[in-house]
Design a protein around this ligand. Structure first.
Ligand SMILES: [Zn+2]
Ligand SMILES: [Zn+2]
Length: 777
């Protein structure tokens, strides 16, 4: 019985397995069939291969400024592209492209099945499917903007396009020879700096005809095409050199060159051979703003629509787009005129300017260098140069963190005194003294390094790091997790763009906006392709922003930034200077604009003076605000104003804090409502002394010998406070007037208490005291 039942059970199980297997097979077949039908439909809908234009002209793209005026028309100028036949192109140039871009070009049928599977396998392994296997044939197709392909957004649309692209690549191979495909490919590819094709690139990078290119020069040019801006050797020599070596390795591995040729090229200083003065030879030249704008549009097109770089650039140049940029053309002119004026700095010094609209976070103007711009997409010091930030980082790092975490406000005092990092190294101020107990406003205005470090330690490294990241500083690494960060010693540095955006956050009540250069991009049919809506993220509270603004107003009113002041315009800002003035900064804002200026040498050499950045900032802000109504940065009606003692930040005591030995140690300070101090000064003490002895007035001291002195209760040696600290013996009662006679007759030498006490001590005076002591002592 039991056996039978088990058998029955097993056969039921078998049947179940069989049914499942058949179902799976059937479903798979259905899916495959559906896939084939789907692919078939896509293929039948594919653009006609005869549409392929070996020299695609496409449609003009129009760039508008913030007021809707045309800034620029983008197109591939005739001179950007010169067609040369395969005969004049050196073999090693063709081989370099094939080796790095499409090793199986000579044998595949348009698509590289092996490469597709490898990319798929890599994708499964790494989770990133971006490593597409695009053949030279497919890349040639991408240089053509098929009108039906412009502007698709969904995954489905992209999938359709990918299928059609594979199909067209196969069709293209059937219709044309490999030579035809290679020749047209080499004449249409984007090789950086606005160049199209190898002939223009040869002229652009090496100032020679393509037929004259050496093996090394060919390898360098072939390396550019995968990422035309990233591997542009004039702009990113290091990355381009890495790529150059990969091209040579690939050529060696595929047997195009010998080991000896490979090694000779590796040893060559190929970057040194670049034609640095390359004129654009009639090519369209983008402004600094346009450079940054088109790079953002290209990057966004790639992200939103999964285009590769070639496709995105081609769409930009030939897709007939309309780009609504955020450039304020008037401001752009002001910034360029002022910042590139040679009167400010030495001939080879460099400058960058970023100007943002406070309320929207849109970039209004950009200057990426001191020289007249002679090339498109060249090195932009405003957006690409990563430089040491110096003290500008204190505000967005430890001070923002401390105030926002409720650990600090304008009433907080910290001792500016000799101090060292945790590793024992001394920290120094840029001024040679130590100010003793110092309030936040003064610490920021004078840019105290000691107080910055102490604040950094109080807040903690991770918190500072977190705030800097929230402020949009993207260039920090784990190497930056050390105390040097407190005063701007970073591993890589920061860009002017990100620093200005961080300060714009404070200007805009603590709300960060990622800098953007356009509001929308429409395709040729007027449909929305890309849109930038200002999206805000709260980094710090509004009250924190207010406190930081008040402190930075002091920088311009009386601190390190007085040279940046503009009469009649409410401004706040912060300077930054690194060792030997290698990097100098001024970053600040009005209610309208945030402006960041960096100055230095490209090679990081020392500068003799860095004050010019403040003068440039002042000149730009002055012109930018001409005719504009002044809007106060801070609404003081929303704040509480109290008179505080500057040495302890508590309420000033009249007759005490305002008459100290150090002078009037009171100031009017603003507090967010509910945070103003309520307790009186605890750092000052008023003593009534007898002038004769300098000790506490006793009952026998004549009234006219009394004087009040206000001391500090405590102060650290080495600071300016130290000499105003109450001496210990002050609490002793006067030892000059020790009997009622003194009170009665007064003391005739009271104007000279030192002499008086000497007389007393050496016994040559005070006869009555002696007598008194003799009788009663
Ligand atoms: Zn006081
Ligand atoms: Zn006395």
């Amino acid at each position: 019985m039991g056996k039978k039942r088990r058998k029955k059970k097993r056969s039921r199980k078998n049947r179940w397995i069989k049914t499942t297997f058949i179902s799976v097979c059937f479903l798979s077949l259905l899916l495959i069939l559906a896939g084939v039908i789907f692919v078939g439909i896509q293929i039948s809908n594919a653009p006609d291969i005869s549409e392929i234009d070996a020299r695609p002209e496409g449609y003009l793209t129009t760039v508008l400024d913030k007021d809707g005026e045309v800034m620029k028309n983008l197109f591939v100028a005739e001179s950007n592209r010169v067609h040369v036949s395969l005969e004049v192109i050196p073999d090693h140039l063709e081989q370099a492209f094939i080796a790095i871009e499409d090793a199986r070009f000579e044998s595949h049928m348009g698509i590289d099945i092996k490469g597709i599977f490898r990319a798929f396998y890599q994708g499964l392994k790494t989770g990133s499917f971006s490593q597409g296997a695009s053949t030279i044939t497919q890349q040639l197709l991408k240089n053509n903007v098929f009108t039906g392909w412009v502007g698709e957004a969904t995954f489905y649309d992209r999938l359709c396009r990918k299928i059609q692209e594979q199909f067209l690549a196969i069709r293209l191979e059937q219709k044309y020879s490999k030579d035809w495909i290679l020749e047209n490919y080499l004449n249409t590819i984007n090789l950086g700096g606005g160049t199209r094709g190898v002939q223009v690139a040869a002229q652009y990078y090496f100032g020679k005809d393509v037929s004259q290119l050496t093996l090394s020069e060919s390898a360098l040019i072939a390396g550019i095409t995968q990422n035309p801006s990233g591997y542009n050797p004039l702009k990113n020599p290091e990355k381009s050199l890495e790529r150059y070596e990969r091209v040579l390795d690939a050529m060696l591995a595929q047997g195009y060159i010998s080991q000896e040729e490979h090694d000779l090229s590796m040893a060559e200083d190929i970057i040194g051979q670049l034609n640095q003065d390359s004129e654009n030879r009639g090519m369209q030249i983008f402004s600094w703003f346009e450079d940054a704008l088109v790079e953002q549009v290209v990057a966004d097109l790639m992200e939103m629509y999964d285009y590769d770089e070639t496709e995105a650039w081609n769409l930009l140049y030939t897709g007939g787009l309309t780009i609504y940029s955020t450039q304020d053309t008037k401001l752009q002119q002001i910034c360029e005129e002022v910042a590139t004026d040679s009167k400010w700095y030495k001939a080879d010094q460099e400058i960058s300017v970023v100007m943002m609209d406070v309320s929207t976070g849109a970039v209004a103007a950009i200057v990426g260098g001191s020289k007249e711009k002679t090339a498109s997409l060249s090195y932009n010091r405003a957006t690409e140069a990563v430089r040491q930030p110096g003290s500008t980082i204190k505000i967005i790092g430890e001070y923002a963190a401390a105030v926002d975490m409720g650990l600090m406000d304008l009433g907080t005092v910290i001792d500016d005194a000799p101090y060292s990092y945790s590793n024992g190294a001394n920290i120094r101020n840029s001024y040679s003294t130590y100010k003793g107990m110092t309030m936040l406003r003064e610490a920021v205005a004078a840019s105290s390094n000691v107080i910055a470090l102490k604040t950094f330690q109080t807040v903690g490294m991770d918190a500072v790091f977190g705030y800097l990241q929230k402020f949009g500083i993207s260039t920090l690494t784990n190497e930056d997790k050390n105390e040097a960060l407190a005063i701007g010693g970073t591993y890589n540095g920061v860009t002017n763009l990100e620093m200005t955006a961080a300060y714009n956050t404070i200007a805009n009540d603590g709300k960060y906006t990622k800098p953007f250069y356009y509001t929308k991009v429409l395709n040729r049919d007027g449909l929305l392709l890309l849109e930038n809506k200002a999206t805000y993220s709260n980094v710090i509270g509004k009250d924190t922003a207010t406190v930081l603004t008040l402190a930075m107003q002091e920088v311009i009113a009386s601190g390190t930034g007085t040279a940046a002041a503009v009469k009649g315009v409410d401004l706040a800002g912060k300077s930054g200077t690194t060792n030997d003035s290698r990097d100098v900064w001024f970053v600040g804002y009005s209610s309208y604009y945030t402006c960041g200026i960096w100055g230095g040498y490209d090679n990081n050499a020392a500068q003799t003076s860095g004050g010019y950045v403040k003068q440039i900032w002042q000149a730009i802000m002055k012109q930018a605000h001409a005719g504009k109504e002044n809007i106060p940065l801070v609404d003081k009606d929303e704040l509480t104003c109290v008179t505080v003692c500057t040495k302890c930040g508590k309420l000033a005591v009249e007759g005490v804090c305002d008459t100290t030995l150090q002078g009037n140690m009171t100031t009017e300070e603003y507090f967010v409502k509910g945070t103003a101090p309520v307790l009186p000064c605890t750092c000052h003490v008023k003593k009534t002394l007898c002038k004769s002895s300098g000790l506490q007035k006793g009952i026998f001291c004549p009234d006219d010998s009394a004087e009040d002195k206000v001391y500090l209760i405590a102060g650290t040696e080495g600071t300016v406070d130290y000499e105003y600290v109450m001496p210990e013996n002050v609490n002793n009662v006067c030892d000059v007037h020790t009997s009622f006679w003194d009170d009665l007759f007064g003391d005739d030498s009271q104007d000279n208490p030192d002499d008086d006490s000497n007389q007393n001590n050496d016994g040559s005076g005070g006869w009555f005291d002696d007598l008194w002591d003799g009788l009663f002592g």
